[in-house]
Design a protein around this ligand. Structure first.
Ligand code: SAM
Ligand code: SF4
Length: 410
């Protein structure tokens, strides 16, 4: 979400005549987009803010601005704590000192893959999470605004659109006529020139058969779902206030895989949540071994002031135990991914090329696997057919059809 908002902010500043600076030291305006989802993220922002205090002393003429989830309603308190900052604006808000503009600022030449926010905020109040307190209650963007924005981005060159919301399954519940994500995908699927559609994040308590059918039926919607489970123990899920059991989650995964056999399912895990005994942690590890997710984002529990968990539960898993459990999940998942990717060697895939790194082009398969290949042509933004020749846990190496022919002739 922050990445998407930073892209839009850049576009907004470029509309005003700003150009990207070569370095922090050479900038006239520095905007810090903060994340406070965990203490480590917040610490990084605070360290950066201290660095900027030094820069502001050396160059008093620069403008410093802070946005993102660190900016709560108490701007006066923030200003007292960080007097070096000239401007504060809340996550998702426009930089107010630039004046009003109609609608969103869009990049003039978008990347092949772009984010489009479909809803702001969240109503779920999971016990550990600060998002509803900092980003407010859920608000869906009007259906036609999203469709028009997607059409315009494609007209400007985007090939893939990733729809964003904290809970995309509840999109539209607050809109007239209650359109849902499946309706939105089916409308966007008709945009000429658009190659792919993705969306995140789904919530296991809300994802239903209509969306599963839409993913199966719509040709541009990729076979990929982000479905955070958070923990593999019913007791922990209950105190996280997630609204589902491990059994519910497993049934949902079975239903999705039954309908869309090749689907890649990713998840988020929190280790070291209050009350996570060794046995309960084992249940999470066992769930990962059983489901075999495509990717897992794992984080150590971090109490966030103001949340129910921080108020009512004792942070009783010692830091070194959290660290060891996090490492164990990462090790386990690395093995699962390495084995899954190894099975792809020899197969062909369609990838959308997103850029160049280390002398190679890279892009993603429909199931979101990162693939590198060589080509002398400018392939940016193209869909390229490749053959997978090598795999690791994190990425795949491939050859293009033409490269294959050359190799076969040799
Ligand atoms: N809305 C999505 C969902 O329901 O999972 C994700 C939003 S949250 C900003 C991103 C991830 O951060 C969560 O899935 C969770 O794993 C992690 N997270 C949130 N609060 C956390 C906390 N207090 N400690 C550790 N991880 C946390
Ligand atoms: Fe946070 Fe839960 Fe909302 Fe996700 S669904 S943003 S974890 S409160």
């Amino acid at each position: 979400m922050n990445k998407a908002e930073s892209e839009r902010l850049s576009a907004r500043f470029e509309e005003q005549g700003y150009k990207p600076a070569e370095s922090v030291a050479g900038a006239d305006l520095i905007v810090l987009n903060s994340c406070v989802v965990r203490q480590t993220a917040e610490d990084r922002v605070v360290n950066k803010l201290h660095d900027l205090r030094r820069l502001k002393k050396e160059k008093p003429g620069i403008t410093l601005a802070l946005t993102g989830c660190m900016v709560d309603s108490d701007i006066a308190r923030l200003h007292k704590r960080f007097p070096q900052i000239d401007r504060f604006f809340k996550a998702g808000d426009p930089p107010s000192w630039l004046g009003e503009t109609a609608g969103q600022s869009l990049p003039r030449r978008p990347a092949p893959s772009v984010y489009v926010t479909i809803s702001q905020g969240c109503d779920n109040f999971c016990s550990y999470c600060i998002v509803p307190y900092r980003r407010g209650r859920e608000r869906s963007r009007p259906f036609t605004d999203i469709v028009c924005e997607a059409q315009e981005l494609v007209r400007r060159g985007a090939r893939e659109i990733i729809l964003l919301g904290q809970n995309v399954d509840s999109y539209g519940r607050d809109l007239p006529g209650k359109p849902d994500l499946a309706d939105l995908l089916s409308e966007l699927n008709g945009i000429t020139g658009l190659a792919r559609l993705r969306f995140l994040t789904n919530h296991p308590k809300d994802m239903g058969p209509k969306l599963i059918d839409a993913i199966a039926a719509l040709d541009k919607v990729c076979e990929q779902i982000n479905l955070p489970v958070q923990a593999g123990s019913d007791e922990i899920l209950k105190s996280m206030r997630r609204g589902y059991t491990v059994g519910d989650y497993r049934r949902l995964v079975a239903e999705i895989r039954d309908r869309i056999p090749d689907i890649a399912i990713s998840t988020d895990i929190i280790v070291g949540f209050p009350g996570e005994t060794g046995e309960r942690f084992r249940e999470t590890a066992d769930l990962l071994s059983a489901i075999k997710f495509a990717t897992v984002h794992v984080a150590a529990y971090s109490p966030r002031p103001g949340t129910v968990a921080a108020r009512e539960l004792v942070d009783d898993v010692p830091p070194e135990v959290k660290k060891a459990r996090l490492a164990e999940i990462e090790r386990l998942q690395e093995g699962i991914q390495a084995a899954g990717n190894a099975r792809l060697v020899g197969e062909t895939a369609d990838i959308l090329v997103e850029g160049r790194k280390g002398g190679k082009w890279y892009g993603r398969t429909r199931t979101d696997k990162l693939v590198f290949f060589s080509s002398d042509r400018d392939c940016l933004g193209e869909l390229v057919d490749v053959k997978i020749v090598k795999a690791s846990a994190w990425s795949l190496q491939a050859t293009t059809k033409t490269d294959n022919n050359v190799q076969e002739e040799k």
